[in-house]
Ligand binder design. Sequence first.
Ligand code: NAD
Ligand code: UD1
Length: 336
Amino acid sequence: MRVLVTGGAGYIGSHTLVELLGQAHDVLVLDNLENSSPVVIDRVNALTNGNLEFVEGDIRDDAALDTVMDSFRPDAVIHFAGLKAVGDSMEQPLSYYDTNVRGTIGVLRAMDKVGCTRIIFSSSATVYGEPVYLPYDEAHPTNPTSVYGRTKLVSEHIISDWANASGGTGILLRYFNPVGAHASATLGEHPDGVPNNLMPFIAQVAVGKRKALSIFGDDYETPDGTGQRDYIHVVDLARAHVAAVNFAQGAKGAKTFNIGTGQPYSVREMVAAFETACGKDIPVVVAPRRAGDIAAMQADASLAKAEMGWAAEHDLNDMAASTWAWQSANPNGYED
Ligand code: NAD
Ligand code: UD1
């Protein structure tokens, strides 16, 4: 199939390109490189020798979208492009609605013009908000607590309404916590500045860029008192997109899937796994709880298995070992 990947130079997108090209799909990436590097495209090409095209452009630029759609004529779009920092979203809500919501509308409009009827969308478990019960299944109420989360939920509704009205197909993937890196150690996550997320922070402590990890609260109602999350290896997540592209061929309307492992780990368990992977101690200090954090979350990912035939295969050791291999080989990310 011909697959247009918006935001394909990013962390999750880059891993997905490798999996798509490995399945002999033709792929075009549209990315404005606002949070990524062109080196990613070279590295994906080196890993795959695949049929990858790259266009630098913004999803908010209708003319750029039309040009790409017109020349590439995709069978499906995987829509990763967006802004994802929860804290920033509270300070710059309009910018988040503009990129994440208006950008999504622009992508759908451009698809309509060339008769492309399938979209796979990057949503997030953050749309559920405070758990009413765990594990979250796809029927759990949605009540996001950040602007970022609301942009994802609004985009889900827009895609759903579009699919129902047009006879198209929208696959809404609610990712849990993506971590890890490609086995080659040439692709991975490299956040700008101080990492907000746990795994990149631990990795930067391990390479000596940061002194110690602050554990945000050790008095939660969890077995060891630290927050529990459902971490998912980015390569498993990438493969979920390939499964979704295939599934979309035989589906109509909108369909939502949790993409997680179903196995939660605490902050202290993540630190211990990383210490084993890197063979070093990770210094930690216990700090106050982070505003907006919940104690625990976990996916019921059984629907994705039943309907798309997808399930996570990588375990915690793979997550920690691949992160360490990537971080130690590329301490400055794609600038090395
Ligand atoms: P990322 O920032 O690494 O990738 C996003 C890509 O989109 C980047 O390459 C960036 O340059 C590009 N981009 C941003 N704005 C653009 C625009 N206006 N036009 C064109 N390209 C643009 O992020 P990621 O971690 O790979 O996340 C991908 C998607 O998955 C995002 O939509 C994010 O919200 C969603 N998501 C991520 C996580 C996570 O923890 N990483 C969790 C749930 C959902
Ligand atoms: C965060 C976002 C969420 C987003 C997700 C992407 C917030 C409130 N939530 O989720 O919207 O979808 O990233 O993966 O920002 N922790 C520490 N020390 C650190 C960093 C994190 O103890 O330096 C703890 C947190 O308190 C939490 C766990 O580690 O218990 C995971 O945190 P993080 O990686 O930021 O993910 P989420 O909070 O789940």
